[in-house]
Design a binder for this molecule. Sequence first.
Ligand code: AHM
Ligand code: MG
Length: 334
Amino acid sequence: MKNPINITEFLSQHIQGEHGVALNAMLGDVISACKKIAVAIDAGALAGNMGSLASENVQGEVQKALDVISNDIFVEAALQSGLVAGMVSEEVDAPVALAEKTRQHGQYLLMFDPLDGSSNVNVNISVGTIFSILKSPNNQPELADFLQLGTEQICAGYALYGTSTMFVLTTGNGVNGFTLDVKTNEFYLTHPNMRIAAETQEFAINMSNYRFWNEPIQRYIDECLQGEEGDRKKDFNMRWVASMVAEVHRILVRGGVFMYPSDSKSKSGKLRLMYEANPMSFIVEQAGGAATTGLQRILEVKPNGIHARIPVMMGCKKEVERIAAYHQVKSKRK
Ligand code: AHM
Ligand code: MG
């Protein structure tokens, strides 16, 4: 690629307005966290990071699992700007405790999943970091201050630690993707204005849950599997990486639909609203796609807890609308 723009220049040129200065500073910290996490992941088993928390290395030191290491890297880096008043992490039960001094000037809330898909780490398959930034109602946020609708997000993004490391971002004005140049340790714009294809013949779902799904999801998948011989009159392909970041990235690049519905064994779904579903829905909508629980636009769901779970169907708008329509048929029949 000829002279791609680096992410710092891109952000200073493209992120302006009310939150511009703050976002530039906070994103600088998030980007540096993601670069450090990429290094920790790259080191793999050589760094002794793959063990569970209870295990010890040969020196008798307790080994830290990579998702805890990633969480610590993210928290430390995100505090640098002094603009974050509160944080919620998949790895921490309550909002992350910030020192009194740190949150005095904070005006923003940062939600994040430091290492999504971490069950893939030990088998060397792609994982990611997901984050979302909200305005904080005050600089001493209470639990209720975190429970904002996804429509309130001012920025969301992810890092994908895949065959190359990428950083994908929206601030509500389209979606842009950057690739890490390992020689200079800089992200460069390689995927400007990412758009989800209007048509697709590819779906992503964990098929092993088929018997637990509700009827609308079974119907949608049955029709995909019937292919040319069924109502859809076209054959479908399937992918399942078990890493939402990799899945959504593939959909941004070559189309498709991703589903993690609720089912009879996980009544609320598996994925978390505030730091998985919401940021990814914001990105997907900004790329021309859609995201639903089946019954409601994800970005309009009022969270009932910082770790609330939610059914997720996202990607190609037409397919997501079809899935939502199948849920409508079911709820009318009740
Ligand atoms: P995690 O946050 O504990 O890693 O779980 C989220 C991940 C998603 O990235 C992925 O879509 C899903 O779990 C895979 O679940 P399953 O193993 O049930 O297929
Ligand atoms: Mg996760």
